[in-house]
Write a protein that binds this ligand. Structure first.
Ligand code: FE2
Ligand code: FE2
Length: 329
C-alpha cells in the first residue's frame, strides 16, 4: 500500500498543478466539465481523508457520509468521468500518436481506481455490518486518495493541455454526437441532489464553503447551519416533486391501460370505478412517500442542529486554546 507518498503524488502537488486551471473561458464545455469534476472529487477526497484520520484515532466518524462518498465515487466518476476521458484520450492519441503511452497509463489508472474504489466500498460495508475491522477501510481508503490525486495531477499536467491544443471544433462536434458525452446531472454537485446522497451533499457543500475561518466562529457556524438547513429543505422539496411526478405518471399509464383493456373487451361501464381505485392507490402511495420524506427531513434537521452545536463547542475550545497559546508567548 502506498501510504508514504512522494510529494509529486500528494494533494499539495495536485493543487499546485491545478491552481490556474480554472480561468479558461474558451475551454470546450466537455473539457471544462472534466476540470470541474476534478475539483469536486478533490473536495470529496478531503472529506474522505478527514474520516480516515478519525477512524485511525478511534474518533467518531459519519458512517453515512463515508458510505455515500464511496458509493458515489464508484458510481458517478467510474460510470461517466473516466469513460468520457477514455473517449477523449483516444481521439487525442489518434491525432498525436506520441501520446499513446500516456493514454495507455491513464486508462490503466481508471481500471485501478475502480478496483481500489470497490475494495474501499466493500471494506466500509463490511465494517458497518460488523464483519471486518475499520483498519481495512483506512488501508484501502488512503491508497484510493493517493491514487486519485496522482492520477488527476497526471491528467492535468500531461494530457489535458494536449487535448486543448489538438482537438478542433470538428473533433469535439464528432465526439459530442456520442451518447456518453451527453450532459448528465451530477447527483451530488448538480442542481438537484439525489436523495441517497443527501448527507454527502451537505458535507461536501460545507467543505466547499470552508476557508472562512477568520469570520467570527459563532456567527459563521450559525450562517452555515442555516444554509445547511435550507439545503435539507431544498432536497426534500425536490424529492417531493419527483415523487409526485412519478406517481402521476404511473397513475396516467395505468388509467390508459385500463381504458384500452376495456375497449378491447367492449365494456366501458366499469372504467371510471377502476380508474378511481387505481388513482386512490397512487394517492396513498404518494402520501406514504411524503410521510417518509418528512421523517427523513426532520431527522436531517436535527442532525444539522446537533452538528452546529458540536462545531460551536469545538470552536470555543479552539478559541480558548489559541488564547492560552498567546499568553504563553
Ligand atoms: Fe481520469
Ligand atoms: Fe479525470
Amino acid at each position: 500500500m502506498a501510504r508514504t507518498q512522494s510529494t509529486a503524488y500528494s494533494r499539495e502537488a495536485w493543487e499546485a498543478v491545478t491552481s490556474d486551471s480554472d480561468a479558461q473561458p474558451d475551454r470546450h464545455p466537455v473539457l471544462a466539465t472534466l476540470y470541474a469534476e476534478h475539483r469536486y472529487m478533490a473536495t470529496l477526497m478531503k472529506l474522505l481523508t478527514e474520516q480516515l484520520t478519525a477512524l485511525e484515532h478511534d474518533e467518531p466518524v459519519d458512517a453515512h457520509v463515508l458510505y455515500e462518498l464511496m458509493q458515489y465515487m464508484s458510481s458517478f466518476p467510474d460510470q461517466y468521468h473516466h469513460p468520457r476521458e477514455d473517449m477523449v484520450y483516444q481521439r487525442a492519441a489518434q491525432l498525436d500518436p506520441g501520446l499513446a503511452d500516456s493514454v495507455d497509463t491513464l486508462e490503466r489508472d481508471h481500471d485501478y481506481l475502480a478496483k481500489v474504489g470497490s475494495d474501499t466500498l466493500a471494506a466500509i460495508q463490511n465494517w458497518r455490518s460488523g464483519t471486518k475491522p475499520a483498519k481495512d477501510i483506512v488501508a484501502h481508503g488512503h491508497e484510493y486518495v493517493a491514487a486519485l490525486y496522482r492520477h488527476m495531477s497526471g491528467e492535468e499536467k500531461i494530457i489535458f493541455p494536449h487535448i486543448e491544443r489538438l482537438l478542433s471544433d470538428a473533433d469535439w462536434a464528432e465526439l459530442e454526437s456520442e451518447d456518453l458525452l451527453a450532459p448528465v446531472a451530477d447527483p451530488v454537485f448538480g442542481t438537484r441532489v439525489a436523495r441517497e446522497y443527501r448527507k454527502l451533499a451537505r458535507s461536501a457543500r460545507r467543505a466547499l464553503r470552508e476557508g472562512a475561518e477568520d469570520v467570527a466562529v459563532g456567527e459563521w457556524i450559525g450562517v452555515e447551519a442555516m444554509l445547511e438547513g435550507l439545503e435539507v429543505i431544498n432536497i426534500a422539496l425536490d424529492s417531493g416533486k419527483a415523487a409526485a411526478r412519478d406517481h402521476f405518471e404511473e397513475a396516467l399509464a395505468e388509467n390508459i391501460s385500463i381504458v384500452e383493456e376495456a375497449r378491447e373487451q367492449g365494456g366501458l361501464v366499469l372504467v371510471p370505478l377502476r380508474c378511481a381505485m387505481a388513482n386512490t392507490g397512487h394517492y396513498f402511495g404518494f402520501l406514504r412517500d411524503c410521510g417518509q420524506l418528512l421523517r427523513d427531513t426532520g431527522d436531517d434537521l436535527v442532525e444539522v442542529n446537533r452538528g452546529m452545536r458540536q462545531r460551536l463547542q469545538f470552536g470555543r475550545r479552539e478559541g480558548a486554546g489559541r488564547k492560552g497559546d498567546q499568553t504563553l508567548h
